[in-house]
Design a protein. Structure first.
Length: 356
């Protein structure tokens, strides 16, 4: 009885609003705290002097190595990590509803394989060199978004798109893209290129710039607000197409639109930082387990908690091994896989729309 009351309390409006405020405060505190942590010791007072000077014009800050380390290295990568964590977590929650599969993540419809193929074409064959320094990222984004459009088109061929057809189309296209990527790597005989592809696939925030931050944050915030406004349709998707039709809503067009918006969000994340797994799989499940399956509550909670998680994961990657940086995809997998196993072992955890 007490357990049921606690469950209802956590999933009530008051607990949800309190959690939102708390998570937002934790995100701000995390940003201000994490910027003081790094491989190089920088006095806390100097760090905040640079931030206050750049944001509000208060005081002064010497334009030296310390200034560059704080404002052009640490701050951009922390904000990028928060933006990507937000986008991947929201897209994970949406994908799990769209395909009605608790094992779905942002890469479920072949986005990862498309991004991998695009990056491989750029690194190994030099395709996309016109993009300059952003060639790998732009080719990865193009591959991710192009594959997503192809999967949507294939799933709608011969009838209306369904969650099963989307999964099958995604698996088929992923296999083809993976085969082409492996073929290019196998025939290129370029050891340095293979190392670059491998490192890129592991993910890193090292390439963060304020320009990338602006692009990622713009797409992520717009996409998050859009999905938040679509919470009713996302809730219906958990019930199934048949139930939605009886309630007067056709879901197949919405499903395709959500896939394309998710592909754009994930594509920009891939463009900026490479492949980062498990964030979009674990974070939505944890939030759903605590607060229920209503996407009106789930979307903003996933956005804030995902931002906090990846921000601190990036900090850990920079300080765990002295003198080098651990690829963030390795760390998220090391944390995410055991957490997901623990979630699966919980008998009382439910995924469907009747659970909230």
């Amino acid at each position: 009885m007490n357990e049921r009351k606690g469950k209802r309390f956590l999933r009530g409006s008051s607990a949800w609003l309190a959690a939102l405020i708390l998570l937002f405060a934790v995100l701000l505190i995390s940003l201000l705290s994490a910027v003081t942590i790094g491989s190089t010791d920088i006095p806390v007072t100097e760090v905040y002097r640079v931030i206050l000077y750049k944001l509000f014009g208060i005081g002064n800050a010497a334009k030296g190595n310390l200034f560059r380390a704080v404002w052009y290295l640490r701050m951009p990568r922390l904000i990028l990590a928060a933006g990507i964590g937000m986008g991947l977590s929201v897209c994970g929650a949406v994908m799990q509803a769209v395909v009605k599969n608790p094992l779905a993540d942002p890469y479920v419809i072949g986005i990862s394989s498309g991004a991998s193929l695009g990056a491989t074409l750029s690194i190994m064959l030099g395709i996309g060199a016109a993009f300059g320094e952003n060639a790998v990222g732009m080719m990865a984004f193009s591959g991710a978004f192009g594959v997503s459009i192809l999967v949507v088109a294939l799933s709608g061929a011969g009838g209306r798109a369904s969650s099963v057809k989307l999964l099958l189309a995604g698996m088929a296209v992923s296999s083809v893209c993976g085969a082409f990527s492996n073929f290019i790597v196998y025939t290129a005989h370029d050891r340095e290129g293979i190392r670059t592809v491998t490192y890129w696939l592991m993910g890193s925030m090292a390439g963060a710039t304020w320009e990338k931050d602006a692009a990622v944050l713009l797409i992520t915030i717009l996409g998050t607000v859009f999905f938040w406004m679509q919470y009713r349709n996302l809730n219906l998707m958990l019930l199934g197409d048949e139930s939605a039709v009886t309630l007067g809503t056709e879901l197949h067009h919405w499903r395709q639109l959500y896939l394309l918006v998710s592909a754009a969000m994930v594509g920009f994340a891939v463009y900026a930082a490479g492949m980062i797994g498990f964030v979009g799989l674990v974070v939505p499940h944890v939030m759903r387990m605590i607060f229920g399956t209503d996407h009106k509550k789930l979307i903003p909670l996933c956005a804030l908690s995902g931002a906090i998680f990846l921000l601190w994961a990036d900090v850990a990657c920079r300080v765990l091994i002295e003198g080098t940086e651990l690829p963030i995809g390795i760390l998220t997998s090391m944390i995410g896989a055991p957490c997901f196993i623990c979630l699966m072992m919980r008998k009382k955890y439910g995924f469907g729309g009747r659970d909230g």
